[in-house]
Write a protein that binds this ligand. Structure first.
Ligand code: FAD
Length: 297
C-alpha cells in the first residue's frame, strides 16, 4: 500500500551532502553552483572525497578550506591511509586542523585496480588505525564507512561488523554506508549493528542513479547488488536522459520514504556535484530551504 505521509509533528531528517573535488575550471563552477543550491537546505555537514590513493590531496584540501573560509557550512574532509606513511597522513590531518576543519571521514582507501590491498610499510593499516591516529592530532569529529552488504574484501559479515565496531570504539561517532538499492538489506544491517552493541548512527548513503549503465559498473566494484527490478525500471531509457532522471528521482524518493517510515532520520547524499535530484529528494523528505533568520530563531 501507499507509504504513510510524514506527520507534521515529525521533525525533518538531518542531511549531509558529499561532493568530489573538481579537476577543471568548468567542474569547479559546477561544484560551487551545486553548493549554493544545496546550502539553504542546512545540511548537518558537507563532505569532500579524497581521490584514489590520495591523488586529489591538493584539490580536496583547497575545496574543504574554501568551504570553511567562505561558507557557513560545516566541511568534512575524506582522508585515506592507502599508499602513504603515518607521517604523511598526519601532516594532511594537521593541515585540516589548521584550516579550521574539525570533521574527518576516515577511510582505508582502495589499492590500485587489479591489485590486493597491502598496508604501506609505516602507514596506517586500516581505517580503525587512522581513527586512532586522528584522535592523537586533534579533537576531530570522525565519520567512518559501513557496508550493509559487507565490504568485498571482508573475510565474513561478522568480521566486517567487528571492524566497524573497532572504528567506532577507536573514536568515530558516526558511520556512513556504502550506497545500496535493497532497502531491506540495510534495515537488517541496522538490526545486526544494534545486536552487536553499536549505538552510533549508521547513516544511509543515498545514491540517486540517473545513469544506470554506469551504476552497474560502479556497483560491481564496490559490492552493491543491483536488484533485477532496478534494471527493469531503466530498461529502454538508454537514449532518454530526461526520462532516466525522472525514474531516478522516483526510485530514490521511494527508497528514502521507506527508510523514513522505518524511523531513519539522517541521510547522506552522494550528490556527484549535481544538485537537482538531491534537492528534490530532500524536499520530499520534508527538508525545505531556510533563511538565516529562521535558523537563528
Ligand atoms: P576498513 O574499515 O579499514 O576495512 C577494509 C577491509 O579490511 C574490510 O574488508 C574490513 O573488514 C577489513 N579489515 C579491517 N581491519 C582488519 C584487520 N585488522 N584484519 C583483517 N581485515 C581487516 N575511497 C577513497 O579513496 N576516497 C574517498 O573519499 C572515499 N570515500 C568513501 C566514503 C564512504 C561513505 C564509503 C562507504 C567509502 C568511501 N571510499 C573512499 C571507499 C573506501 O576507501 C573503500 O571502500 C575501501 O576499500 C575500504 O575503506 P574502509 O575505510 O571501509 O576500510
Amino acid at each position: 500500500g501507499p507509504l504513510p505521509m510524514r506527520g507534521a509533528e515529525q521533525p525533518p531528517p538531518l542531511l549531509s551532502f558529499e561532493f568530489f573535488p573538481p579537476k577543471t575550471e568548468a567542474l569547479e563552477q559546477q561544484l560551487w553552483a551545486c553548493i549554493r543550491r544545496l546550502a539553504p537546505l542546512r545540511p548537518r555537514f558537507v563532505s569532500v572525497t579524497y581521490g584514489a590513493g590520495g591523488s586529489t590531496h591538493a584539490r580536496t584540501h583547497a575545496t574543504v578550506a574554501r568551504l570553511a573560509r567562505e561558507t557557513d557550512l560545516v566541511p568534512a574532509a575524506h582522508l585515506t591511509c592507502v599508499g602513504a606513511t603515518r607521517g604523511e597522513v598526519d601532516e594532511v590531518a594537521r593541515g585540516y586542523w589548521d584550516a579550521g576543519v574539525r570533521h574527518i571521514v576516515a577511510l582505508r582507501g582502495d589499492p590500485p585496480p587489479g591489485t590486493e590491498y597491502a598496508p604501506h610499510p609505516g602507514g596506517y593499516a586500516f581505517a580503525s588505525d587512522l581513527v586512532a591516529g586522528l584522535r592523537r592530532i586533534g579533537d576531530f569529529e570522525i565519520s567512518v564507512a559501513a557496508y550493509p552488504e559487507t565490504h568485498p574484501a571482508a573475510p565474513s559479515p561478522e568480521c566486517d561488523l567487528d571492524n566497524l565496531k573497532r572504528k567506532l570504539d577507536a573514536g568515530a561517532t558516526r558511520a556512513i554506508t556504502q550506497y545500496f538499492f535493497d532497502t531491506a538489506t540495510y534495515l537488517r544491517f541496522l538490526e545486526r549493528c544494534l545486536a552487536a552493541g553499536i549505538t552510533a548512527p549508521i547513516v544511509p548513503g543515498i545514491m540517486p542513479v540517473s545513469n544506470f549503465a554506469q551504476a552497474v559498473r560502479f556497483s560491481a566494484m564496490c559490492g552493491t547488488k543491483v536488484p533485477e527490478w532496478l534494471g527493469h525500471l531503466f530498461e529502454g531509457t538508454e537514449d532518454d536522459p530526461d526520462i532516466r532522471r525522472i525514474v531516478a528521482a522516483i526510485v530514490a524518493a521511494e527508497q528514502v520514504r521507506t527508510l523514513q517510515a522505518n524511523g531513519v532520520d539522517e541521510f547522506h547524499f552522494y550528490t556527484l556535484n549535481r544538485p537537482e535530484l538531491t534537492y528534490a529528494i530532500a524536499h520530499i523528505l520534508g527538508v525545505r530551504p531556510q533563511c538565516a533568520a529562521e535558523v537563528a530563531a
